[in-house]
Design a protein around this ligand. Structure first.
Ligand SMILES: NC(=O)c1ccc[n+]([C@@H]2O[C@H](COP(=O)([O-])OP(=O)(O)OC[C@H]3O[C@@H](n4cnc5c(N)ncnc54)[C@H](OP(=O)(O)O)[C@@H]3O)[C@@H](O)[C@H]2O)c1
Length: 392
């Protein structure tokens, strides 16, 4: 619950996206307890305009400089922070919770800045953790900044670990619905369209994560995310296909006990928990009716049919800068699939070829090299995509 008279101040980076809008729904439900301080978007002028009018933020971050000028002229009473630097500056503004819900690696600098300013960070944006998890977590430790997971599986694990000792953990299990193509014959996968890939069976999410869910790369990214957030080894994390999306995560302890977190497939629940942690508030959502649950099933993922998960597991084991390459290459490949330059199955080909061809073994792990590797990977993957699309 919220304390009497308490009004938590919140900034949402990525407020016009799927997570951002769900977060604003929650704030709309608890206007006496939650207050928007800042909002940030890449360039969605229509949505940010509506959000400014409804939530009256003090600050708005807009990546696109032209849109920033438009909004500055329209709303002279608010402070508009423009461009990449503007989004980073927004992360320094005083709040109780900084919700990081930007998609992709662009969220890295705002997250690092938020950590430096000791904001409580509700973290949905998984790509920066995959790309630079060592950096983010060591910085969070240095500044005693709390990172509260928002990804449903990680929120589940986080909740199962509350009151338990990390040393008692044997294995954690991240569940996956399997996405829209889990039962589709393998030979049909190369013909699926971006529209079909985005149509997730159980979750309504942004474009990138929906496609990652369809390739199962999302679960691979989540393994790396979990390694950093919970300080675990790759061999302590397993993935289970669970088509009902009711159990979001499980923790097996060394005495054989397993704790699980269950809930409706609605991101508002983990978002809300990140706002109220360690307390809970009554979210007015349809409850999970335990009486009518006829089956909860789990199976081992098919890594031959979904090689993106296999390669991500290998990368998780390799560690170092390999996840940085995996993340950047996957971002570029997913975009190329959306632009119809490559087939669905070629997302894996691009990532695998990039990892194979790119010798990053001589680089040390620090912010500069992470950024350089990220940049070089994107160029390399774009070249591979170019070659693939010429072969069509
Ligand atoms: N959606 C889910 O259910 C879910 C679940 C778990 C984890 N996540 C993770 O949460 C993150 C967000 O996912 P999503 O599905 O909400 O994505 P989304 O719907 O695509 O939204 C992304 C948001 O980030 C903004 N944005 C993109 N680049 C930006 C930049 N450089 N500067 C400022 N804002 C920028 C976008 O603005 P525009 O609207 O202007 O493009 C939009 O508001 C991802 O990392 C995803 O993996 C999502």
């Amino acid at each position: 619950m919220f304390n009497k008279g308490e009004r938590k101040k919140i900034t949402i980076l990525g407020s016009t996206g799927s997570i951002g809008k769900s977060a604003l729904d929650i704030i709309r439900t608890f206007p006496d307890h939650l207050k928007v301080i800042g909002l940030a978007t890449h360039s969605n002028v229509t949505e940010i305009r509506k959000q400014i009018i409804e939530f009256q933020p003090q600050y708005v971050g807009i990546f696109d400089e032209k849109v920033a000028i438009e909004i500055t002229n329209e709303f002279p009473q608010i402070t508009v922070l423009a461009g990449k630097e503007g989004i980073i500056e927004l992360a320094t503004k005083e709040v109780d919770i900084l919700l990081c819900a930007i998609v992709g690696a662009s969220g890295l600098h705002p997250i690092l800045k938020g950590i430096e300013y000791n904001r409580n960070i509700a973290i949905a944006n998984k790509e920066p953790i995959v790309m630079a998890g060592g950096l983010i977590t060591s910085k969070a430790k240095k500044y005693s900044t709390k990172l509260i997971p928002v990804d449903s599986e990680h929120s589940a694990i986080f909740q199962c670990l509350m009151g338990n000792k990390k040393n008692d953990v044997r294995t954690i299990y991240l569940t996956a619905s399997g996405g829209p193509f889990y039962r589709k014959p393998t030979e049909e996968l190369e013909f699926v369209t971006p529209e079909e890939a985005i149509n997730h069976p159980t979750w309504k999410m942004g474009k990138k994560i929906s496609i990652d869910s369809a390739t199962l790369m999302n679960k691979g990214l989540e393994i790396i995310e979990a390694m950093w957030l919970f300080d675990l080894q790759e061999n302590q994390i397993e993935v289970l296909i669970h088509p009902q999306s009711i159990v979001h995560g499980l923790v097996e302890f060394k005495d054989g006990s397993i704790l699980a977190q269950l809930g409706p497939t609605d991101m508002k629940i983990p978002i809300m928990f990140s706002f109220t942690y360690p307390d809970r508030a009554p979210v007015p959502l349809k409850r999970l009716d335990i009486h009518t649950l006829s089956a909860i099933t789990f199976e081992t993922p098919n890594l031959t049919k979904f090689p993106c998960l296999r390669i991500a597991k290998e990368v998780a084991k390799t560690g170092g800068l390999a996840p940085t390459v995996l993340n950047a290459s996957n971002e570029v490949a997913v975009q190329a699939f959306c632009d119809r330059k490559i087939k669905f199955t070629q997302i894996y080909d691009v990532v695998a070829k990039t990892l194979e061809e790119f010798d990053f073994s001589n680089y040390h792990y620090n912010l500069d090299t992470i950024l350089e590797i990220d940049k070089l990977t994107r160029v390399k993957s774009a070249n591979i995509i170019e070659k693939i699309s010429q072969q069509k």
